[in-house]
Structures are given as C-alpha cells and as structure tokens.
Design a protein. Structure first.
Length: 87
C-alpha cells in the first residue's frame, strides 16, 4: 500500500510535516481540528505531497525532515517539489 509525506502550511506561515496512508482522511482530520498538533495553527493548506511505497518508508522520511528543524529546508522541498532525503 502506498503512503505519503505531506507538508501543510498555516495562514500564519508555520509548517506541519506528516505522513499517512490515507491522505483524504488525514486532511479531513487536520482541517476539522481533530489533530492536536495542528488545531491551533489556523487555516491549513496542503503545500506538498510525495508518495512512497510504504507507510514505514514515509515515516522514516517524515522523522528525518522533522529532526532537521529548518524552515528553509522545508521551503526548499516545497519549491523544488521533491524530497531529496533517502530512506
């Protein structure tokens, strides 16, 4: 089953990085306020989405990006349209 790494951008300019195997369900959860980490971010838009062969692979990439804690790197991913980190 395929999975995804995604980046959401809030109307305040903050980013949230996540992974899921059901992107439609996950986006509904974020937008409805059912996700603790994003419910206070305001209006969220999907800024980036990349597909991976499994949820395990997607979660590895998600963790690597989150460990960097660099807004400029997240913005570079969005601009280039591709995550260059390997799992």
């Amino acid at each position: 089953m395929t999975a995804f790494v995604y980046i959401l951008k809030s109307d305040t300019g903050r980013y949230y990085i996540g992974s899921t195997n059901d992107r439609n369900r996950r986006m509904r959860q974020h937008k409805s306020g059912h996700t603790h980490s994003t419910k206070r971010l305001g209006v969220l838009t999907l800024a980036f989405l990349q597909e991976y062969p499994s949820i395990e692979d997607a979660r590895k990439i998600e963790r690597k990006i989150k460990k960097l804690k660099r807004k400029d790197y997240v913005e570079k991913i969005i601009k280039e349209g591709y995550i260059r980190i390997t799992y």
